[in-house]
Design a protein around this ligand. Sequence first.
Ligand code: LAC
Ligand code: ZN
Length: 478
Amino acid sequence: MFSLPDVIEPSVSACSKAQSQLMRALGSRVQIGAEISDDYQTDDSGIIGKRPIAVVLAETEQDLQTALRIAAETEVPIVPRAGGSGRTGGAVPAATGIVLATLGMNRPIELDRGEGSLVVAPGARLSEIHSLVESEGWFYPPDPNSAELCCIAGNVAENAAGPRAFKYGSTRDYVLGLDVFLMGGQKLFAGRRTRKGVTGYDIVSLLVGSEGTLGVFGNVTLKLIPKPASILTMLCSFSQMSDAARAVERVVLARFSPRCIEFLDEKTVSVMREHGTSVAEGTQALLLLEFDGSEAECERQAEEVGNLCVAAGAVDVRVALLAEQRKMLWNTRKQMSHAVRKRALHKISEDVVVPRRSLLELIDEVRRLGDIYQIDTLCYGHAGDGNLHVNFLWNTDEELPRVDGAVRDLFHKTIALGGTLSGEHGIGLLKAPFLGLEQSAPLVDLQRRIKDTFDPKGILNPGKIFPSPGRPNTHGSC
Ligand code: LAC
Ligand code: ZN
């Protein structure tokens, strides 16, 4: 059963000192007490954290600096928050403290046409970034399926990915440089504004995916690529999950590069059906593939990959000819996580990655875990990257020990297959107890020392990534 980690709690007097200093410095941009919405205690992981003593609704860089200075001086924990759509509790306060919300910092958005880059403020919505650059013939590929909700700062913090990562990579591949505000409020620019550059350590890569534990992000400079001329979306039905997994392996082996290869198992196929997708009778698994490039290139790839899927056992191959059909398919896919939530009162969605040749073994293991632990399981996700969202669903607290067992076994199997615990959602609170399962003690220790350099007092987003000292590797050590 998940419980918040043991972290340093601030004293009552430190909290009231921080509250009064924040109110004095930031006025109406600070909320305290009953003004604070319960939303600031949680995110899309569903974990309920500690109630904040203050929420700073930052509008300017000075607001960020002031909040970080006061947090450092009073030694009250502070948790950065962007869109709040994270899946592993990155924005959930594990300790009593301040929430620093950057959603209101959504300007500037500046496109440099000559350089093919974009400077965005931390609270810029991903959907707004997509629309702006695409209207100018540019493309920013990362899309973690929550573009209407998520903001760039959260995407950077979690190294968000999504279906198009198969061809185009994750957020980290597009961040050229960024402003970072350190504990205490110091502002630094890390990285570069040019397309190329190798000066000094790659601090940008360290900050991207740091899950709000090293600094708070300001403006981000993103690399853009030319927008592909055409897109072609294809849905392949399989009567056996094993055939779909085999098809993924073959597409990869044949060196095709669709921009997405999404897998949906039998239960998620039902969700697609319920939302109006026409799927062949007897379908047990689907592959949703998408190609981009010139029209001729899309058609050529779709034909060859379609044939390859048929050879692997596909019973039906359909192309979404109309933009409307394509939109409907993706809308349903994007809503999958929320749609499957309706199957039970509770769910946990993992994002493990295995080598693509091991996809079938992972899918079989998920079914086996469902049988052994007698819980509802399903999986779907970015099969082209070997990245599956394995979901466990349950209704009563009585089932919790079985859910814990299934999660632990899933992680052990993932590591045994040569995989990794998180492809895109991060470690956050949920997976922190398992870090030692994948990473050696000296590597975890090196990362702790990096964390100490950025945040010597351990008050920036405590309790994330690292196993809690009081409860090290509760499930993890192997
Ligand atoms: C998705 C999110 C949950 O792939 O990562 O839908
Ligand atoms: Zn995903």
